[in-house]
Write a protein that binds this ligand. Structure first.
Ligand SMILES: [Zn+2]
Length: 259
């Protein structure tokens, strides 16, 4: 990071685990992205201890120095129950990308909880209607998952939804075109790279945080150090997905992680 071209790393979180509370999914490929609530809390304190601030996507697009964007995907209930109080206490902002069709399902935010999160000052983004891989969809499917999902969340909150994140982290040029047509201002992927003013806002990088990251490893991510290592493993994953197809890749990943 330099003074002339500041970059901001976007972190990606999912559901948090609370004692005695079941997760919305138990598949190993899902659980590795579920942090214990305490783990999330020390990470937010580590950001503060670095002299950094946690901010939402809209603010991050000004690329302020000493900042990390905090994002959550899927719209789990723990966004409000567990993450929001920690963020509030530290004075951090964040963006919560919710799946429109999952609102009100067990383990996910209800409409009232989503409003509460929004009214608490957090930014709400869209993470599709039903969470498919966008690259598997035809035009009508893309419109439903991107445009109609945006409308549905906007109706619930009575405000504009400007930011979209891709299910599975993947998008393609058709998805980006439809996101632009629908009026989104950014699209976030899960390509682990820092963003800067020269970054295409329709292809923002994000680093998915897995459970069990060390303090040093986490701080390196926040300052944008050694992201190439994560990117390398991401490239291998993307090649495997391209060769095997999304469904076969998911099945194989479950088999390998589940053994
Ligand atoms: Zn997701």
């Amino acid at each position: 990071m330099t003074a002339t071209h500041p970059s901001v790393v976007f972190l990606m979180y999912h559901e948090l685990a609370l004692p005695g509370r079941g997760l919305v999914e138990s598949e190993p490929g899902y659980v590795r992205y579920v942090l214990d609530a305490g783990e999330f809390e020390w990470q937010m304190r580590a950001i503060r201890d670095l002299g950094f601030r946690g901010i939402g996507v809209r603010q991050a697009l000004d690329f302020p120095s000493q900042s990390v964007a905090i994002t959550f995907d899927d719209g789990c209930e723990t966004d409000l129950l567990s993450a929001a109080p920690v963020l509030k206490q530290l004075g951090f902002g964040a963006t919560f990308y919710v799946v429109a069709g999952w609102i009100g399902k067990p383990g996910f935010l209800s409409a009232a909880q989503l409003r509460e999160l929004h009214e608490a000052g957090f930014e709400i983004g869209c993470h599709s209607m039903t969470h498919p891989y966008l690259s598997d969809l035809d035009e009508a499917g893309l419109y439903r998952e991107i445009g109609e999902a945006k409308d549905a969340i906007e109706q619930l909150l009575g405000g504009r939804i400007e930011h979209f994140s891709c299910p599975g982290g993947r998008s393609d040029h058709r998805a980006i075109r439809i996101a632009k047509q629908a009026g989104f201002e950014t699209v976030a992927t899960s390509v682990p790279r820092a963003n800067r003013s020269s970054t295409n806002p329709f292809s923002l990088g994000r680093v998915a945080i897995k459970r069990g990251v060390s303090v040093d490893g986490f701080q390196n991510i926040c300052v944008g150090r050694a992201l190439w290592k994560i990117e390398l493993s991401g490239d291998l994953r993307d090649s495997a997905k391209r060769i095997l197809g999304n469904r076969t890749y998911d099945r194989m990943r479950s088999m390998i992680l589940g053994k």
